[in-house]
Design a protein around this ligand. Structure first.
Ligand SMILES: C[S@@+](CC[C@H](N)C(=O)[O-])C[C@H]1O[C@@H](n2cnc3c(N)ncnc32)[C@H](O)[C@@H]1O
Length: 267
């Protein structure tokens, strides 16, 4: 077992690979109990100082998250969560705001807690760099988790002889992509889970995901992609695999593409 790995009910996982929701909930509950119980039982007058108590709760939850070796952004989230909740309550917003906000977040981000891939978009510079990587003749290209579809629209407009496919599971980005790309006959957008979609028919597979799914994506690509097909990963390298090309994209985010030929790696 490596120095940053832990044995859990789910097996041996790096902290960044563990599902985050349950540990986060546990840290919040621990903070609530350690602060809330003594206050309710012995010092109820302190309830007047809700913001102070919330900050204390946040600090304890953050410490608990550190103790559970949660990824480094979680203690910061715990520190701010309850104080922000208290502050927003002071605004006395109408009750429907809360479920509506939750619904909106769900529609945009869907099950990011499971996929470990949030929504952020490729830059125009990245789209131009993908364009330069495409084979000269007609080809088939897929964007795994196509977000708002902007990258695919750019490619489809520039290469009318080729076919472009996007798969997105989050409802609102998918709807946006469908509406904005409706006029392009060489662009197909599916709503669904890209893990259930075969990569066998594509010359280029583009992925802008996160570190978490890269080992699984590599296994899928090796099993399904044809020998000459190209896997282009924006920003995230496949651990333990040497890319056939690393390309610096000229954009503000200083993006790198990691280019692989998983089909040839498998033979
Ligand atoms: C970082 S964004 C990239 C968006 C787009 N490809 C781009 O480059 O602009 C990743 C997208 O993948 C989507 N996603 C993550 N896991 C997915 C899955 N299993 N099936 C379909 N979409 C997924 C997310 O909802 C998100 O919109």
């Amino acid at each position: 077992m490596g120095p940053h790995q832990h044995r859990t009910a789910l097996g041996t996982l790096n902290p960044a690979e563990r599902p985050p929701l349950l540990p986060a909930l546990a840290a919040q509950c621990f903070g609530l109990l350690t602060v809330g119980l003594p206050v309710l039982l012995f010092f109820p007058a302190l309830l007047e100082h809700a913001l102070l108590l919330a900050m204390l709760q946040g600090g304890i939850a953050a410490l608990a998250a550190r103790w559970m070796q949660a990824p480094p952004w979680w203690p910061a989230i715990h520190l701010g969560f309850m104080p922000l909740l208290v502050l927003v309550r002071l605004l006395e917003l109408p009750g429907w705001i809360w479920p509506s906000g939750l619904a909106l977040l769900l529609l945009v981000f869907w099950r990011t807690d499971r996929s470990r891939v949030p929504l952020y978009l490729s830059s125009r510079g990245a789209a131009d760099a993908v364009l330069r990587l495409l084979p000269p003749g007609p080809c088939r290209v897929i964007d795994l988790g196509c977000g708002d579809g902007a990258l695919l629209r750019h490619l489809a407009a520039a290469r009318p002889e080729s076919h472009f496919v996007g798969i997105e599971h989050a409802p609102l980005p998918w709807l946006w992509a469908r509406m904005a790309g409706g006029s392009l006959s060489n662009l197909t957008l599916h709503r669904g889970d890209f893990w259930a979609h075969s990569l066998a028919d594509y010359d280029v597979v583009y992925a802008f995901l996160s570190p978490a799914p890269m080992p699984r994506l590599w296994a899928k690509a090796c099993a399904e992609m044809p020998p000459d097909a190209m896997l282009v990963s924006n920003s995230f390298a496949v651990p333990g695999q040497m890319e056939s090309q690393r390309i610096a994209v000229n954009d503000r985010a200083m993006t790198y593409f990691y280019v692989y030929r998983p089909g040839s790696a498998a033979v």
